[in-house]
Structures are given as C-alpha cells and as structure tokens.
Design a protein around this ligand. Structure first.
Ligand code: BMA
Length: 392
C-alpha cells in the first residue's frame, strides 16, 4: 500500500511539475529573482534551478569534499562521498576564513579552491562558501569573542580599514571565479553564520542586533559596489530559536538574503532535542521562505563520526520527508571529513556505508549526476526510476 502511495505521489509530482513548468516559461516574477538586482545571469540561473527543484528534491552537500577526506588529502578527483556511492555530492561547501593568505583555516589553498569551484560549476554542481572571518581586531580567528569586534569594524570603527582589506581580498577571490563567457561561477555566500550562538565574534552576546544587521548589510553592499554580482546570500542562524520572530531578529532584510538557512548539530546529540526539534526549526524557516518567496536550506548539519549507522536514512532522510514544508528545503550540507576524530560522511569501510548508499538511492535526494538528468519539466531521472522500481 505504501509503495502504491509512493508511486501515486511521484505521478502527482510529475503532473504538478509539468503544469508548473508551463508557468515557468513565462517571465520570472520579481520575487523569483535574487536579492541582488544586478545579479549575473549565471546566478539567476542557479537561483531558478534551486527554486524549481526545492519543492520535490533536496541537493546533498559536503564541506571540503574535494580537498581531503579520511586518510587522504589533495588527491585529484578523490572524494569520500564518491568512494562510497560512486558519485560526487550535488553541492560543495568551502570556507573563506584566512582570506588574504595562501590557505584557508583548514589548510585549503585558495587557488585550488577557485579551480575546484569552477570545475564543480562546469560539471553542473553548486558551490557554497561560508566565512570563518578572522577578527580584524587581532587577526586571530572567528572565535575571538572578547573584543566587541563588530563595533570596531563598522564604518568609523578603529579596525574598519582592516575589515575593508579582508573584503577586498574576498572580492578578488569572487572575481577570480571568471568563466570563459566572462561571467562568474555563482556562489551561495553564507557570511556571519550561527549568529545566535556565542562562539563567534558576531554572536548574539558580542554585538547588538543593529550592529549585526549593519555589518551584514555593509558586507553585501560593499561587494555590490565592487561589481561582485555572482552571489546568492544565505542567512543561517543556529537552532537556538523557537519562533519566526526570534529567527528573524537579526535578519538583515529581503534585499540582502536569498536563502533562509538553519545550522543544527546540537539536536542530533544525546543532550539535544531530537529530530522533532530539527523538524520544527526546518518548518519555521520553510514558512518564512514561502512567505518571502525565497529559498530555504539546511545549511549545516551532521552527526560527528556518523556514530549512528542509520543516521542518514532514519534521521536525516526522515526529517526532510516529514511534510511539504520540510521537503521544501533546497539542500542539506554536512560538515567536513577533517580528521579521524572529526568527520560527517562515512568513508569506505565505515559501518554506516550501507546506510549512506541507501540515502544516495533515494529518488528525491540529489547528487551531482542527478543534476545532469533534470528533464524539461523539472523531473530528475532517479525519481522516475525509483518510482518504477517501487511500483514493481
Ligand atoms: C569547525 C571545525 C574546525 C574548523 C572550522 C572551520 O566546525 O571543523 O576544525 O576549523 O569548523 O571549518
């Protein structure tokens, strides 16, 4: 019975997508354009692609996937995800912490990062960049929380110039993502994340609500003034909110954000709230995204060491598939496979390997190859195959 329902579900999706694709051939509505009204076409295309896929599919992403994994580093083409499922993720996370230097905070050379980002884009994948900004007050790290950094780097502050240098470095990085047609690789840029925690210098206790909004807006406006128009912007508080209003307390505004995000590791821990809390938070961001005509995403999550062998199918997949609100998330990204005591994707030989493969096989979870099989009316081949397999 369940199987038939699933098949009928897919048919409904197919018919639904068929209809909506007719509507999509009309001129896009205002809210179907990115917040940057000078966004390059490549960026508009990415936005439209995600909008079209989001109601029925979820892209799977992994931080630093091409750079290193468990037991290896900087081996061209290698990926822990690919080793296990035979395919790359659909979305790749990177981090700009340390920009201005040669390597980022986790040792990834910025030149290589740019090259990978171009390759990913050319293969049909999606790139997102977070920014563990080193404090411009002392150049130490993002975790310097004792100096009220934000007030010092806003215009008029004693470290403003230092912040501008960082922004100029990052602007050149974005401009360096130039494609042969003169456009740039579109990037989902996710600055000042987890703003409601207190572990980063832009966290709730370390700057005022207004200060946070000002630095976010200043950053976006600065890039725009420098001609950087290949960015979609994500706002991604941590799970510490219970209501829409609390989530939006530090929201910089619709002109500055394209994607409403959620970072949540905590609720998967023993001390955490469990999957119902994750579902609740995703529902909140999904409602806001719908009201604002924007995207929503599970911007960072994971279970360290993948210590539950069924986490991908029994927790993550179930959460995403709870209802139409949770299904609406455009992508989910798990964190990096950094060290043997710090990783979020099972590697070859790991006990959760089979479960991750089962997650990969889900018709509505997209990996890189799936992005090449989107039909005219927005259906991904794997979904059709899964539907017919299920039917038999
Ligand atoms: C944290 C950890 C750190 C890393 C930082 C930035 O979650 O993975 O080891 O330096 O993210 O990527």
């Amino acid at each position: 019975m369940k199987k038939i329902n699933k098949y009928l579900g897919f048919l409904t999706i197919i018919i639904g997508l068929g209809l909506s694709s007719c509507q999509e051939s009309e001129a896009p509505k205002i809210q179907d354009l990115p917040a940057d009204n000078s966004a390059e076409q490549s960026t508009i295309n990415l936005y439209h692609k995600l909008k079209r896929l989001a109601p029925n599919y979820t892209l799977f992403g992994h931080q630093d996937n091409l750079a290193y994994g468990i037991g290896w580093a900087y081996e061209e083409g290698k990926s822990d995800v690919k080793e296990v499922v035979g395919d790359y993720p659909a979305l790749y996370g990177w981090d700009a912490g340390g920009i201005g230097g040669e390597k980022n905070l986790d040792g990834v050379p910025f030149k290589e990062m740019q090259r990978w980002m171009k390759e990913v884009h050319q293969r049909g994948g999606v790139n997102t960049l977070s920014w563990h900004v080193y404090s411009p007050v002392d150049s130490l790290s993002s975790w310097e929380t004792d100096k009220m950094v934000v007030s010092h780097i806003l215009p008029g502050g004693k470290n403003h110039e230092g912040y501008l240098t960082r922004l100029d470095d990052l602007a050149s990085f974005f401009k360096g993502l130039k494609l042969e047609n003169g456009e740039h690789v579109p990037v989902i840029f996710r600055p000042f994340h987890e703003n409601n925690g207190n572990w980063f210098w832009w966290g709730e206790k370390h700057c005022s609500t207004e200060g946070y909004k000002m630095i976010f807006r200043f950053t976006v406006d600065y890039f725009r003034s420098k001609g950087v128009h290949n960015l979609l912007y994500a706002y991604s508080p941590d799970r510490i909110f219970e209501t829409k209003d609390k989530y939006l307390e530090r929201y910089p505004g619709d002109d500055y954000v394209d994607i409403l995000g959620l970072d949540d590791y905590w609720d998967f821990k023993e001390q955490g709230g469990g999957i119902n809390e994750v579902i609740k938070k995703l529902e909140i961001i999904s409602v806001i995204a719908q009201e604002k005509g924007k995207l929503c995403a599970f911007t960072e999550t994971g279970l360290e060491l993948v210590s539950d062998n069924k986490w991908f199918t029994e927790k993550l997949y179930k959460i995403i598939n709870t209802n139409n609100l949770t299904k609406n998330i455009a992508y989910v990204m798990v964190w990096r496979n950094g060290r043997p005591d710090h990783y979020y994707v099972p590697y070859k030989g790991h006990e959760a390997e089979a479960d991750f493969k089962a997650f990969y096989d889900k018709g509505d979870i997209l990996f890189e190859t799936d992005l090449k099989t989107i039909s005219e009316n927005g259906i991904v081949l794997k979904a059709l195959q899964t539907a017919s397999v299920t039917k038999n």
